[in-house]
Structures are given as structure tokens and as C-alpha cells.
Design a binder for this molecule. Structure first.
Ligand code: NI
Ligand code: MN
Length: 231
């Protein structure tokens, strides 16, 4: 089985590639000072969105219109996007706990402790997303505070990678994120949602050192534009 490539696009945005399929997550590129890709030419075969804040919903509608990629996101955001894009555009509308099956794998929406309203004013419940592609399982925590149920996805699924916010202010900080890494239980962690704006500046290498000291996981710090491969 060929490897799964995880590309960090900056902030909370990732693209995951396997066998010619590209899954885009939280594509906030336009207006993102750390974005490593351009919404006008990025590839997407599916777009998954954790919640409706602009720094996650981002360029979802524009990329979906250009590429035809289906969107999957929590039901209230999905309804707003259906209004915006037209009902002929493929949009999946899970709620928390729901799983959507794709021809490339599946994605499950799981709880996150956060708030969310879209830029257009639609209130929605934020989520994390557990993504299975190419035999690998990746848990994108979305925006969340530390809470004990972060351990639950890893009790059902064998996780290969967790994408954990560390910037503080709007999410858990890097100290709580060390505890989150232990709760989640993935062997590999990539920090997200930091250094994009002044309120979320933090020290990713200090986070990596603290996780290493706990002895439960390895941290790979990716700069925007960098990627890792899950073999
Ligand atoms: Ni948010
Ligand atoms: Mn955010």
C-alpha cells in the first residue's frame, strides 16, 4: 500500500494525499498570513471542515466551486453551503458522532469543546474529525479546549497521527496540549493553530520537548509548506 502524505498548509489547514486523491481539511488560505498554498490552484477531491469559524471554513466554497469537490461538515454549516453553492453541489451533513463513507475512506465527526458561528451568522457545533485514508487514521482535533473525552476516538480507532492545536487563547495552549496528546494516544503528533496571529504565538519546540518527556508520543513540527509521510 502506498504511503499517505500529510501536507501542512498553515494554521489548521492540511491536505492529505493518497493514491492520487487529495483530501483538504479546514482550507483557510486567503487572508491566512502563514498559508503555503493558494486557494485558486490547490487540488481537492473532498473538503472536510471542523467548524464554521472563518479561519477553518476559509476558502471552502470557492475551492468546492472550482474543483467540484464534495464538502462534508456539520449539518448547520452544510445547509448554509447548500444555499450558497446550490443543491446540486455534493454536500454531506453529518452531526457529531456521524461517519461519512467516501470512495477513498471515511471521516467521523467527534466532539470538540469550542464555540462557532459562521461569518454569515449560522450558529453551529464545532467538531474534530477522525479521517481514514490509505489504511491510516488521522485525528484532526479542530479547535478545542482540553477535555477528557479527547481519549474516546483512540479507544475505537487505532490512530496513526493526531493534529493538535497548541496556540492557546482560542484553543488549548501548549501545556494543555501535552495532556491532550497523552489522552488522544496517537504515536505521532503535529501541532496546529499557532503563530498565525499574535494572540496564538507559542513555542512549538517546547511543546515537542514536553511531549517527548511524557514518553507517549513523538512530535513532528511542520512549517507551513512542509509535509510528512505515514508509511
Ligand atoms: Ni474556531
Ligand atoms: Mn480557529
Amino acid at each position: 500500500m502506498s504511503s499517505v502524505k500529510v501536507n501542512y498548509l498553515g494554521h489548521s489547514a492540511f491536505s492529505i494525499e493518497h493514491d492520487g486523491t487529495t483530501v483538504l481539511i479546514d482550507p483557510f488560505l486567503t487572508g491566512n498570513p502563514k498559508a503555503s498554498a493558494d486557494a485558486a490552484d490547490i487540488k481537492a477531491d473532498a473538503i472536510l471542515v471542523t467548524h464554521g469559524h472563518q479561519d477553518h471554513l476559509g476558502d471552502t466554497a470557492a475551492i468546492a466551486l472550482r474543483t467540484g469537490a464534495p464538502i462534508a461538515t456539520v449539518v448547520e454549516i452544510a445547509a448554509e453551503l447548500a444555499d450558497e453553492l446550490g443543491t446540486e453541489h455534493p454536500i454531506y451533513d453529518p452531526n457529531i458522532g456521524g461517519t461519512i463513507d467516501f470512495d477513498w475512506g471515511w471521516a467521523q465527526w467527534v466532539p470538540a469543546w469550542h464555540t462557532s458561528t459562521t461569518p454569515r451568522g449560522t450558529v453551529n457545533t464545532p467538531a474534530g474529525i477522525v479521517i481514514n485514508i490509505g489504511g491510516k487514521t488521522i485525528y484532526h482535533l479542530g479547535d478545542t479546549a482540553l477535555f477528557s473525552d479527547l481519549a474516546l476516538p483512540g479507544q475505537r480507532h487505532s490512530l496513526d497521527l493526531a493534529l493538535i492545536p497548541i496556540g492557546g487563547h482560542y484553543t488549548m495552549d501548549r501545556h494543555d496540549a501535552v495532556r491532550a496528546a497523552t489522552l488522544v494516544g496517537a504515536p505521532l503528533v503535529v501541532p496546529t493553530h499557532y503563530n498565525t496571529f499574535p494572540p496564538i504565538e507559542t513555542d512549538a519546540s517546547a511543546f515537542a520537548d514536553a511531549v517527548a518527556a511524557e514518553g507517549n508520543a513523538t512530535v513532528t513540527v511542520l512549517d507551513p509548506g512542509q509535509s510528512l509521510e505515514l508509511q
